[in-house]
Design a protein around this ligand. Sequence first.
Ligand code: HEC
Ligand code: HEC
Length: 358
Amino acid sequence: MVTIKLVIVICLAVVAGFIFNIGRSSAQTNQVETAGQKFKSIKVLNDMPADQMGKVMNMISASLGVNCSFCHASNDADYEKEGFEHKDTARKMIKMVFDLNKANFNGRPEINCNSCHNGKSHPQPSFPLAPMPQPEPRPAQPAVKPTADQIITKYLTALGGAEKLAKAKSRAITATRVEPDGKTTEAETIWLSDKAYRSDTMYGKSVVTEIFDGTDGKKFGDAAPIELKPDEAEQIKREGQLFFPANIKTIYPKLEFRALEKIDGREVYTVFATTANNLNERLSFDVATGLLVRRTVSSRTLFGNFVYQVDYADYKDFGGIKMPATTHYAMPHIRWTRKLGEVKMNVPVDASKFTSAK
Ligand code: HEC
Ligand code: HEC
């Protein structure tokens, strides 16, 4: 009993430290804006930090396998409107989940909407009539752990080697964004130069631009700035940074081997990667090929971890270095795929591309 209590106390201390750090870095105030303060019609999520709202709504939607309009007036506006039966039911369910976790799990978010709903809006009581497939056990861990340095060296070699990577500076790339239905696509253009990155995605006549100017991640809709949360800006930054894998040790000053795992039946080395501003990500490298196959970032919410996952696949040679020709992006309720088309190496790219979305 004593050891269990001790473990819980230590975990809580880590969580508290984590939240405290974020609060301090985002603003000098120690008061985090709550959903109750920011949003118009809140009855149960009052004390949740306001910036978790989007993530939590995505997690709820994914758990029930529905769009926002299942509970709201529409999929993209008027979320504060009342008079929707499913919204009221959802409030009861949110309260039930809080009560269950409080009464049984010391308030830890062990139970969430997905525990019962599992992707369905209306769960039916049922029991398995045949044994359910069990998750693959974790593979036996290597007797001698590889070092992060060895893993990174093998990765850079697999991509073409440090020398060739250093020569791949500016690039102009055509790509396609494929939506989850597999049919809807948008044309993309990507520019890279030195450390900077820009992508333009065409939605009909509208264009969404993401820029990493070497310092910050930014987003624009038809050249007008779109306000980003710090973690969204950070992910645009990382997207740009990782087009220059030779810099990986600068991107993540702390890299630490975590475990041998399996992804889609293949063995991977998973590495804990910490950025200079102390954000934690996980990188998984295929043991056989050395290539990076997955990157995940999780952030805590009241309903458990919100995971953003990027899968790199289909590595091909583009002008002497390997790049993933297919990249799958996923977070609760949102998925898309980027497929690279033509890559023009070391073509002149105007520096103004990275200073303005015009
Ligand atoms: C299963 C039902 C359900 C789904 C699906 C759902 N929501 Fe909600 N949403 C709620 C409930 C319930 C509240 C109010 C929570 C409260 O009272 O504390 C809410 C509140 C909100 C609010 C705050 C509105 C305000 O000003 O009071 C926003 C914004 C929001 N939802 C966005 C979304 C988005 C975006 C999606 C789709 C990705 C979505 N929701 C999907 C149930 C849902
Ligand atoms: C302990 C299991 C459990 C959990 C956890 C749970 N639900 Fe449910 N939920 C149910 C069951 C069972 C039903 C169907 C009830 C019925 O048939 O009347 C349901 C029904 C609903 C409905 C009505 C759907 C319809 O088609 O009428 C909504 C909306 C809903 N849940 C939202 C949520 C949300 C949001 C969460 C997480 C905050 C959640 N539920 C967590 C068990 C659960």
